[in-house]
Design a protein around this ligand. Structure first.
Ligand code: ZN
Length: 283
């Protein structure tokens, strides 16, 4: 019994490998033939693909790269107008006429206005849209001089926002309007053409490592804020939007926003205790 079964099994075992080997050989032969052909075709296609796509391929990863800074841009700690914003409202949806403070001055002029030699940029005296001088080197030099003096008192001043082009202001304003509505936006943000930052002479000043006071009223309470308020005129800067003068300047109190008008004039405005508007009117 035992031997018969073993014999049967060994016979079976001996047959199996041959069948398997034959089947495998056949399959392998056909497979290789198929694989080679299929592979060749694919390879040719691949080569064709590579040849056609190669020139553009290196450009592809580069393309998203320049756009990267844009999404990062929305929360800049460097705007004078504080609130963080989501999506900009399309410009055509913004009403550019008749808001508080802008009445009668809704149209941008072709030439900038100078009063007593001072370049004006306010809700009353807008700038031409094409006025794009960049940051004033004279104002920058004055700021550096002031920062060096502040450093002696252990205060590290930074200018976190200076020149802003008409286009940049347009973007900023549109975003605020989209976020808060135009009425609210008009209270803290200048419409394009009406920002003093377009003159290249306005410097938003803060203190190094104190970004939480940037463009905030709280800056006025800091040692640095007090220092600048006290000394800026010596270097040619005036606090442009003092507390309690909103109706005259058209802007809320901005202890961080300083305007360069030259040492002599800044001294005179400071001593008068008046806003720039009042000072110029008085003359
Ligand atoms: Zn400012």
């Amino acid at each position: 019994m035992n031997t018969r079964l073993q014999l049967y099994q060994t016979k079976k075992k001996k047959k199996w490998p041959w069948i398997v080997v034959l089947v495998l050989l056949f399959a392998a032969g056909g497979g290789t033939y198929y694989a080679t052909h299929a592979g060749l075709i694919n390879w040719q296609q691949l080569m064709a693909n590579i040849n056609t796509t190669q020139p553009t391929e290196p450009a592809a990863p580069e393309e998203p790269a320049p756009e990267e800074p844009t999404p990062v841009e929305p929360p800049p700690p460097v705007e004078e107008e504080e609130p963080e914003v989501a999506d900009p409202l399309p410009l055509e949806e913004i009403d550019h006429s008749g808001a508080k403070g802008y009445e009668g001055n809704e149209t941008l002029p072709l030439e900038p206005t100078y009063i007593d030699g001072i370049l004006m940029a306010s809700k009353q005296y807008p700038l031409p849209s094409g006025y794009a001088p960049g940051e004033s080197p004279e104002a920058r030099a004055a700021f550096n001089e002031m920062a060096a003096a502040a450093l002696l008192d252990d205060i590290r001043l930074v200018a976190f926002s200076t020149y802003r082009s008409f286009e940049r202001q347009q973007e900023i304003y549109a975003r605020y309007v989209g976020n808060d509505g135009q009425e609210a936006a008009d209270r803290y943000s200048a419409r394009p053409g009406y920002s003093e930052h377009q003159t290249g002479l306005a410097f938003d000043i803060g203190e190094e490592n104190a970004e939480h006071h940037f463009a905030r009223e709280s800056f006025g309470e800091t040692a640095a804020g007090k220092w600048v308020a006290e000394h800026a005129h010596t270097y040619g800067f005036i606090l442009r939007y003092p507390k309690g003068k909103e109706k005259i300047t058209g802007y809320m109190y901005e202890p961080w926003h300083f305007r360069y008008i030259g040492k002599e004039k800044a001294q005179a405005v400071y001593e008068s205790g008046l806003t720039l508007e009042e000072y110029l009117e008085q003359r």
